[in-house]
Design a protein around this ligand. Sequence first.
Ligand SMILES: *Cc1c(COP(=O)(O)O)cnc(C)c1O
Length: 360
Amino acid sequence: MPKIYNFSAGPAILPADVLAMAQNELCDWHGSGMSVMEMSHRGSAFMSIAEKAENDLRQLMAIPDNYKVLFLQGGASSQFAMVPMNILAGNSTADYINTGAWSKKAIKEAKKYCSVNVAATSEAENFTTVPAQSEWTLNKDSAYVHFVSNETIGGVEFPFLPETGDVPLVADMSSTILSRPVDVAKYGIIYAGAQKNIGPAGLTVVIIRDDLIGSAPDNTPSMFNYKELSDNNSMLNTPPTFAWYLAGLVFDWLNTNGGLKAIADVNKRKSDKLYDAIDASGFYTSPVAVECRSWMNVPFTLANAELDKTFLTEAATAGLVSLKGHRSVGGMRASIYNAMPEAGIDALIQFMADFEKRNG
Ligand SMILES: *Cc1c(COP(=O)(O)O)cnc(C)c1O
């Protein structure tokens, strides 16, 4: 297998140790004679896998007992609708902070269920920053406040925890969950599609405070109702068993390697290195305000956009793949999730310096 470093934004790189473990037990899980893919989700073998995954995630994130953890399908995109469907609780408005492409999608979906108050937006700054909380205009009648902790496309991460008093805080954490410790108790709901920093696509993790469960209208489809999903331990229907199992291996890998504090140190060091290299060069530019720069998704542009194609081709030849920026913003984007080894960052920095020397 050629040695490559995969900078894809998602589905994204998984820890090599986890893939090796999955390969090792692919055809025969723990002497059961079958693959996890072939097991009944209600059998004792899979139940033990599911429980261990949940317990390991609870340990990793120090999730308080009054929070439920749901392992769902439908992606983070389904949560854009499920959040208002379930927790408006008779209120007609919700606050949203607009910091980029994923915020906009969440807002668009919420508008089908309630009136959305965009309490703050950085659209005028082309989504290169996060509006300071002092500039927000929260509506005191809102059922909740929604924000996207890390805008995967723009590479903009909240540098502060929003303060919303008694109003539940809802976070789309798809591309930053597990990158550092968070105080779960400060949130009403945390949700994330798995394919960035948790595991394979097809699984969506929802962490929800239990008082927010149970107020969906009666005509809410069962599969979109947090109460029914929670009452059935995320097994109202067949869950994405293999993705759940693989996520469990990732949780175990993180716990074994020192938990979220340890990975946060690594992530900080990795991203600092890359931003320092960008800032030190006259050839590469980060469009994002320094204090909002993402630890996970690092967009950058070249001095001459006509060189983008050459950069990507030569990078791929050097084993550095999936560096193309999102089609909506152009340029480059290096996604450097937990599973990206530090050697991958070093290789990228070296390639960038070499490319600049030849083309700068
Ligand atoms: C990828 C992503 C989504 C969409 O996730 P799906 O699982 O594809 O629905 C939503 N929000 C953020 C922040 C993302 O990075």
